[in-house]
Design a binder for this molecule. Structure first.
Ligand code: S3P
Length: 427
């Protein structure tokens, strides 16, 4: 069991690790494009290295120079037969985006993952790709890893989303990119559009009309040099620190501010929280600095389409709600049940252990402001990086009264989280 010393407040400036979603896509498009792509400031984490490793298995030469990845590829038409089973580790993005990349291939690929990933649904990508002619088989009625992608004759198609997922949209677009004709993906709710931005950056022929996204197959792609901005999902933990610790004042520099990701900011602003934003748009993804001072969160019901643009930040909102003025009810968030852990159940059981009043719903939870904290509380990470990070925030709030289990999962998105928050801490 791990304990932390109490912190009083957090003050200063920080740059968070770069964006996980964008790093995956830069590796994918760089590998699909003939030429040399330079990815500056990539996120180095177990998830992004799983994607890097997968492309090495199919013949792409990727040099990891720590502050840069140099991707040398002959393009997707020259991908080789995978020399091994592709282990996507903990990364849903790797698995689902690769299923789109590899399904038009003339070779057989086998994808698998760790104990968490093999429990996450894969029919959400197998179904639409099958409608485009893919031949994919997976465990338990074509739903779970391991998954085998067999060679098949695929064709372009129009696919309507059945689940609000950027990963599914990306799988369809990345398969469509390799097929004759135009493929269209119609989404019900706007999800993160990093794949669209990356396709445009590499010169693909892409048209976005409202929620209809059309990619022209066989577009010619050109290799790029690009720089990845900070990860808003990692920056969100600093927003929680500011909301929770009185006297805090934090600036997060150079963080990605794509509006399909910053639903948490939109929501907090609608609840009266003031966040100063200095937006810069001189990159293929908007980015900038955010500054927040301690303010108390107000209560409310959070539901509807905004959830899709803050799905990874719900744990941050939940932990902040414990220190707010009134209950926060989160609905329409059933997707949380199929993330790296069942995040609704993980948050509910940890917060109950802490002494909080919390109600659980199939699609969300209602969190009441914390009145008293139990002693010797054990919080579990469920080996989920985002749960581990909110547990660490609670441990910094209550000190040795909180015991934490395994936090090795921080490596999935934010390996230096503990050191970084301690650098801003005042005791
Ligand atoms: C991601 C999309 C989201 C998000 C995940 C990363 C991506 O999942 O939760 O952490 O990089 O495309 P969905 O596919 O459910 O949108």
């Amino acid at each position: 069991m791990i304990t932390f010393e109490k912190a009083a407040k957090f003050i200063g400036e920080i740059e968070v690790p770069t964006d996980k979603s964008i790093t995956h896509r830069a590796l994918i498009l760089g590998s699909m494009t003939d030429g040399v792509t330079l990815i500056n400031k990539p996120l180095l984490s177990t998830d992004t290295l799983a994607t890097l490793n997968a492309f090495e298995y199919i013949g792409v030469d990727i040099m990891n120079e720590v502050t840069r990845f140099t991707v040398r590829s002959d393009g997707y038409r020259k991908f080789k037969e995978p020399i091994n089973v592709i282990n996507c580790m903990n990364s849903g993005t790797t698995t689902r985006l690769l299923s789109g990349v590899l399904s038009p291939s003339k070779y057989t690929s086998i994808l698998t993952g760790d104990m968490s990933l093999i429990k996450r649904p894969m029919n959400r990508v197998i179904k639409p790709l099958s409608k485009m002619g893919a031949d994919i088989r997976a465990r338990d009625n074509d739903n779970f890893l391991p998954m085998t992608i067999h060679p098949s004759k695929m064709f372009s198609a129009t696919i309507e989303s059945e689940v609000n997922s950027a990963q599914v949209k990306s799988a369809v677009l990345l398969a469509g990119l390799q097929l004759e004709g135009e493929s269209t993906y119609i989404e019900k709710v706007e999800t993160r559009d990093h794949t669209e931005n990356m396709l445009k950056r590499f010169g693909a022929d892409l048209a976005v009309n409202g929620n209809n996204i059309t990619v022209k197959g066989m577009s010619s792609l050109s290799a790029q040099s690009l720089t990845i901005p900070g990860d808003f999902s990692s920056a969100a933990y600093y927003i929680a620190l500011a909301l929770i610790f009185e006297g805090s004042e934090i600036t997060v520099k150079n963080v990605g501010l794509n509006k399909t990701r910053t639903g948490l900011i939109t929501l907090l602003e609608s609840l009266g929280i003031v966040i100063d934003i200095d937006l810069k748009e001189d990159n293929f993804e908007p980015y900038g600095d955010i500054r927040i001072k301690h303010q108390k969160l107000k209560g409310g019901v959070i539901t509807g389409d905004i959830i899709a643009n803050m799905i990874d930040e719900i744990p941050v909102l939940a932990v902040s709600a414990l220190f707010g003025e009134a209950p926060v009810e989160i609905r329409n968030a059933k997707e949380l049940r199929v993330k790296e852990s069942d995040r609704i159940s993980a948050i509910v059981s940890n917060f109950k252990a802490l002494g909080a009043e919390i109600e659980e719903f199939d699609d969300g939870m209602k969190i009441y402001p914390l009145e008293k904290v139990n002693k010797g509380v054990k919080l579990k990470s469920y080996r989920d990086h985002r749960i581990a990070m909110i547990n660490i925030i609670l441990a910094k709030k209550f000190g040795v009264d909180i015991l934490l289990d395994d936090i090795g999962c921080l490596d999935v998105s934010y390996p230096e989280f503990i050191v970084d928050i301690m650098n801003l801490e005042e005791v």
